[in-house]
Design a protein around this ligand. Structure first.
Ligand code: M6R
Length: 617
């Protein structure tokens, strides 16, 4: 979703800001803009509908000088994705410029009041109300730049990450966050702002993660002291805070395609390595100092509530199967957006497991806040270190697969499922519901998964051929059973989000209860039919589809003969225990959707209407 970049220092701000916007493109957006204060003290704003490259075209012959600036990629919420609504927004008299990520819920009454006081609006956005209010307070109450931002923030309901420029203070950026992420980068004589660390790591690995309701004033010295920069950190209500500088270990090469056509393909193909790093880290975490705290938290709970969105929710369903089987603990899995509003029964002694790649998903964050307020403890499984969800959790296990940039989640899913499965194995062993020997066997099998994923990746030509058939479909079903029912859901999500082909995932036995009515030659059925305790049942489900002239594309275990005989096309995966099979079986489905999207000429990494990090509800 919206991305923010800011710079104040000695170098020209524009190239830093544009490069930063490119780094944030993965989040998803529909317009972009930049505001700079030039050496003469003019505030120049350039914006464009479309891509950051469109903004560069628009700005190319303009005055791009200045060593202080803010920039933005917008994912439309209030108002259409057009030039008028693109950020930065200017205040009525052009003194201030703002960029904003989030939703101001009380913008309508504030707008009405400002309008009654003579302010007019050029956009349909909630953001413009904020900048108008800041300027209004500056004038009406003679407040300083910092004070007027602070007072404005106290009047806002909703979520925000903002950065504001005041042309009368050309050496200051004021920024703040509540519910939307914002990071300050600390260079030697320069400071940066970013919605995450990706626009910053090129210049410095020292960052300050702002907490909710933090406000920060970034200053640059004037005159002989221009090389000095300083940071004032405080809460929105004015309490001073000591900034805590942390090191990020993000490498710029991780933010680039590295020779692949798309980030998604790179991320699919790097799963052998990413999974290895994930497994090593999870093993260390669950055997090291942190482990006792994590297991004590889990073992004190009567049941587990898993909450997440999208792909992470699918990982949560796999975890339910694993935890119930191995630990014999009851597990509920809820979409975070439903969980937070449906008044669920939560009691002291419940453990909530929140799963999130980005660690910033607004609904998941709100769901855990709500659960904590009702006495639950929270363990999060996250990928982005230092993001909001782990910071709001009692305990965290990081998946450690490096940045995932393609909007379609791939390596994060295999890592989430692996961490959760390992957690179930070790908890089951401690509890005695899983024998030590079985646990060790499965852990050994997990160690071999990266190699097995590589074997699946080696079959790309065959999967590409399957994709050619699927690319002509307008609708498609994915079926699986038990541990592979969530894989069917995830496979269907992958296909619909990047190729725009309608796809639904079902537990195979549910076909008879409705969806089998859809079966015809025009409706391919992607079947996950690998070795399992109920393989024979699945075979019957496939027969029922074949009997109605349905076309079957199957994922099978090496050496399969029964499903292979009925399938129109198939891909083989190495044999693994059923509880580990989702980690392997999703890989051909990721590739299948990738190749279908490529064949259809879709924008694989930034599919229409989607954002990588869903920071608004
Ligand atoms: O960052 P999160 O894991 O919390 O994100 C949750 C979903 O938005 C995400 O998984 C989404 O469904 C992906 N685009 C799916 O590929």
């Amino acid at each position: 979703m919206c991305g923010i970049v800011g710079y104040i220092g000695k170098r020209q701000a524009y190239p830093v800001l544009i490069k930063g916007l490119h780094r944030l493109e993965y989040r998803g957006y529909d317009s972009a803009g930049v505001a700079l204060i030039n050496p003469a003290g003019n505030l120049n704003v350039y914006k464009s509908q479309g891509k950051v490259s469109d903004l560069e075209d628009t700005a190319q012959h303009q005055d791009l000088t200045g060593s202080i600036g803010i920039a933005h990629t917008r994912w439309a919420t209030h108002g259409e994705p057009n030039f008028r609504n693109a950020h930065p927004h200017l205040s009525q008299f052009g003194r201030l410029a703002i960029v904003h990520n989030g939703i101001i819920e009380n913008y309508a009454p504030l707008r009405e009041k400002l309008w009654q006081n003579g302010r007019t609006f050029k956009s349909d956005t909630d953001t413009e109300v904020v900048v108008q209010l800041i300027e209004y307070l500056q004038e009406k109450q003679q407040l300083s730049f910092q004070q007027s931002v602070q007072q404005t923030l106290q009047m806002l309901q909703g979520s925000y990450a903002i950065a504001v420029l005041d042309k009368n203070q050309p050496d200051t950026i004021v920024a703040a966050r509540k519910g939307s992420p914002l990071v300050v980068g600390v260079g030697d004589d320069e400071l940066f702002l970013g919605s995450d660390a990706s626009p910053i790591v090129e210049y410095t690995n020292r960052v300050i993660y702002l907490d909710d309701e933090d406000m920060v004033v970034l200053h640059r010295g004037t005159g002989a002291n221009t090389s000095e920069v300083s940071i004032d950190l405080m809460t929105v209500s004015g309490d001073r805070k000591q900034p805590r500088i942390e090191q990020v270990s993000l490498d710029v090469s991780q933010l680039e395609k590295g020779g692949y056509d798309h980030f998604m393909l790179k991320e699919i193909c790097e799963q052998p390595q990413s999974l290895r790093s994930c497994l090593q880290f999870a093993r260390r975490t669950l055997a090291g100092e942190e482990a006792e705290g994590i297991f004590t938290l889990l073992e004190s709970s009567q049941r587990v509530l898993i909450t997440a969105c999208g792909t992470s929710w699918h990982a949560g369903i796999v975890a339910k199967y694993a935890l119930e089987q191995m630990v014999r603990v009851p597990v509920d899995v809820d979409y975070a957006s439903e969980f937070r509003y449906r008044n669920p029964v939560i009691t002291r002694g419940d453990t909530v497991i929140a799963i999130s790649q980005s660690g910033e998903t607004a609904d998941t964050l709100a769901a855990i806040e709500m659960a904590k307020n009702q006495g639950a403890k929270v363990l999060s499984i996250c990928n982005v270190i230092g993001s909001s969800i782990p910071r709001a959790s009692d305990k965290v296990i990081y998946t450690m697969v490096g940045p995932e940039i393609g909007v379609a989640s791939t390596k994060a899913f295999t890592a989430q499922v692996s961490v959760l499965t390992m957690l179930a194995l070790l908890w089951g062993k401690r509890k005695g519901t899983l024998s030590a020997a079985r646990c060790e066997d499965l852990l050994k099998e997990m160690d071999a998964l990266p190699e097995k994923i590589q074997q699946v990746l080696n079959q790309q030509p065959a999967i590409r051929r399957m994709a050619e058939t699927l690319s002509f479909a307008s609708s498609c079903l994915y079926i699986g059973r038990s541990y592979n029912y969530p894989v069917a859901l995830e496979g269907a999500l992958k296909l619909k989000e990047i190729s725009y082909i309608h796809a639904e995932g079902y537990p195979a036995a549910e076909m008879k209860h409705g969806p089998i009515a859809l079966i015809s030659q025009e409706m391919p059925v992607v079947t996950i039919a690998t070795a399992s305790d109920i393989y024979d049942k699945l075979v019957s489900n496939v027969q029922e589809i074949r009997a109605r002239q349905g076309r079957v594309m199957a994922v099978v275990t090496e050496g399969d003969t029964e499903v292979v005989r009925m399938a129109d096309c198939y891909v083989e995966v190495p044999r693994v225990s059923e509880c580990l099979s989702p980690i392997l079986n999703i890989v051909p489905l990721q590739l299948l959707s990738y190749y279908v999207a490529c064949l259809k000429g879709c924008n694989v990494d930034q599919p229409r209407n989607l954002a990588k990090s869903v920071t608004v509800e």
